[in-house]
Write a protein that binds this ligand. Structure first.
Ligand SMILES: [Mg+2]
Length: 286
């Protein structure tokens, strides 16, 4: 296992010339349970002072940038909307590539307010009756509260009738932490459950995942960084700093970015030591 370094900020300022932009995970890196983690305010102030380009990169697709930034502001961390990239933003390229613009998708739960799907020029409905006719092109799996029983039953039966219909999952995470320390199932788990149901009917569900560790969110972030710095940027000139081995580190490595793991979130030193997946660098504090 890589020997952990005590301070990310010290490493960054010694190596700033090696990177074009920093991709910063939010939960477990900058804040936890709506509280800032030690050193987060100082890091953000230093990034601004030294004009080091950065983006927040989050798998939170059920809060719009405004909602997520309000949470961060509650932690005393102030950001502009253009400084945050969510898995929901990657819907934009997905819709354009697949030619789905103005098509109607059935939305399970929420994808932020304002809605990332509508921003990506999709129409959405939450009415299970819409799945009975020919109105819906596919399924979008979001989060937050909805009536699971009629919704999952309607989606399951729609997929049995339309096994090739696209199922888009912005957030591939299986669960997310709640402010009180408990955990809440996330849309990756819903996709897994639907996959189990479909498999029992001989249908192989192949969802389109957009968030970390999948490439679409990194592609979107790369495009935003390129617009910001005004020149093409190689993935190897991006640095992904996160607290999740399976999301941040696997995602960064697959996309070709440099990677740093913070031991301030969901990954402990013992978990890291036991893992086959190793980041380039490890830090114990910001
Ligand atoms: Mg995290």
């Amino acid at each position: 296992m890589t020997t952990p370094l005590p301070c990310f900020r010290n490493w960054l300022f010694a190596h700033a010339a090696e990177i074009d932009a920093l991709l910063l995970d939010v939960d477990g890196v900058l804040m936890t349970s709506r509280r800032p983690l030690p050193g987060s305010r100082e890091l953000v102030a230093a990034l601004r002072e030294h004009r080091i380009p950065f983006l927040l990169l989050t798998n939170d697709g059920c809060n719009s940038p405004g909602q997520k930034l309000a949470d961060l502001a509650h932690s005393g961390l102030e950001f502009q909307p253009g400084e945050l990239v969510s898995c929901g933003h990657a819907l934009e390229e997905c819709v354009a590539e697949q030619g789905w613009r103005d098509d109607t998708f059935f939305l399970m739960g929420d994808l932020g307010d304002p809605c990332y799907a509508q921003a990506a020029r999709l129409r959405t409905t939450r009415d299970p009756a819409a799945l009975e006719g020919d109105t819906c092109r596919g399924i979008l799996i979001g989060e937050k509260s909805y009536d699971w029983e009629p919704t999952i039953t309607a989606v399951f039966n729609f997929l049995v009738r339309h096994p090739a219909a696209p199922v888009v999952v912005p957030n591939p995470d299986i669960f997310f932490p709640l402010a009180d320390g408990r955990r809440h199932p996330a849309s990756g788990a819903t996709a897994g459950f639907l996959g189990l149901l479909c498999r029992a009917c001989g249908i192989s569900l192949e969802p389109i995942f957009l968030g970390k560790p999948h490439a679409p969110i990194f592609r979107h972030a790369q495009r935003v960084v390129e617009q910001r710095v005004g020149h093409p940027v190689l993935p190897s000139r991006l640095f992904m700093l996160g607290d999740s081995l399976t999301g941040d580190i696997r995602g960064g490595r697959n996309y070709g970015t440099r990677t740093g793991l913070m031991l301030t979130g969901i990954t402990s030193a013992a978990m890291l030591a036991a893992s086959d997946l190793q980041p380039e660098l490890v830090f114990t504090s910001l």
